[in-house]
Design a protein around this ligand. Structure first.
Ligand code: BTN
Length: 318
């Protein structure tokens, strides 16, 4: 009922009398008042004027599920949202959902994480209320070989959404880093549950430094707030990311990965640059030529050979 009342208030830009609200929602005026107090307690600013009624003035920047699903308009991604105040890692929750047969598209987000994780066993620093930390579940009907493409597709969705919402010159550092002026803004982590060559499910986790101040960032990182000079509504950014990733995922399933590479290339901050790639047993040096149809990085090494890199840590060298 509280959410019904909220959605009714947000559709109107005028004051709505307690009587009208009570009639429309089928509750008493005391009930209306009680729900208004609860909404205020959650951070909604609601102006109440005698003889005029109630008007919604502003929304809190909290990742409530009803805010994320409001006007989201996706087909499957984010139709169900689990919104937490704190958790170890949204990856753990989403993986458990996957093991318990949850449907594709569920999104788990949290205001903070106590054990946020990144690629290659790194920690993902997740200070409360300022960043976006979320994971979603996919059940793609394809082989393990396709998994890296989902990471690239997700980073493209994140980059396009950030560009749309902030106009910042965002870049992607293959395979999963979201960069602004060579500083890290966000990252993507993909984990899978698979048998032989079949993916049972995969969880894509995304972390973005949104409204972090300098003291809420690790060395070498930045936030959208610092880059843009103003705060960003996290809910709106999350919605845009979910819409973009869903579009890209559906396009990928229909048309294949080649259709996305051109869009991805526009954001790449490695093409044409000299890099050092740290692989499990060796290191290669060379110039980044392209990304191939499998999502691998193509590097012309100093000996003139073109090597395909499927996974690894890439460092730009000058
Ligand atoms: C990286 O850059 O190494 C990837 C970082 C991924 C961080 C996100 S935050 C939400 C989800 N939960 C986690 O523990 N990690 C991912």
């Amino acid at each position: 009922m509280r959410i019904k009342l909220l959605n009714y208030l947000r559709q109107k830009d005028t004051y709505l009398s307690g009587e009208e609200l009570s009639r429309t929602l089928g509750i008493t005026r005391a009930g209306v008042w009680k729900h208004i107090q609860e909404l205020k307690g959650l951070g909604y600013e609601i102006s109440a004027v005698p003889h005029l009624g109630y008007k919604l003035v502003s929304l809190p920047d909290k990742l409530f599920w009803w805010e994320i699903t409001w006007n989201l308009n996706t087909k499957f991604l984010g139709r169900k949202i689990i919104s937490l105040e704190t958790t170890s890692s949204t990856m753990d929750i989403a993986i458990n959902l996957g093991l318990n047969k949850e449907e594709e598209g569920v999104v788990v987000c949290s205001e903070t994480q106590t054990k946020g994780r990144g690629r290659l066993g790194r920690t993902w620093f997740s200070p409360g209320g300022v960043g976006l930390y979320f994971s979603f579940l996919l059940r793609p009907e394809f082989s393990l070989l396709e998994v890296p493409k989902i990471t690239l597709l997700s980073s493209l969705g994140v980059a396009e959404a950030i560009k749309e919402k902030t106009s910042l010159d965002i870049q992607i550092k293959w395979p999963n880093d979201i960069i602004w002026k060579e500083q890290k803004l966000g990252g993507i982590l993909t984990e899978i549950e698979a048998e032989q060559d079949r993916v049972n499910f995969m969880v894509v986790g995304i972390g973005i430094n949104v409204n972090n101040s300098k003291s809420q960032l690790i060395k070498g990182a930045t936030s959208l707030y610092l880059a843009k000079g103003k705060k960003i509504r996290r809910v709106e950014l999350l919605q845009e990311i979910l819409r973009r990733i869903e579009d890209l995922y559906l396009l990928f399933k229909k048309e294949g990965f080649l259709f996305l590479i051109d869009r991805w290339r526009k954001f790449s901050n490695l093409l044409g640059h000299r890099v050092r790639v740290i692989l499990p047993r060796r290191e290669i040096k060379g110039e980044v030529k392209d990304v191939d149809s499998e999502g691998s990085l193509l590097i012309r090494t100093d000996s003139g050979v073109v090597e395909r890199v499927l996974a690894g840590d890439v460092i730009k060298v000058t």
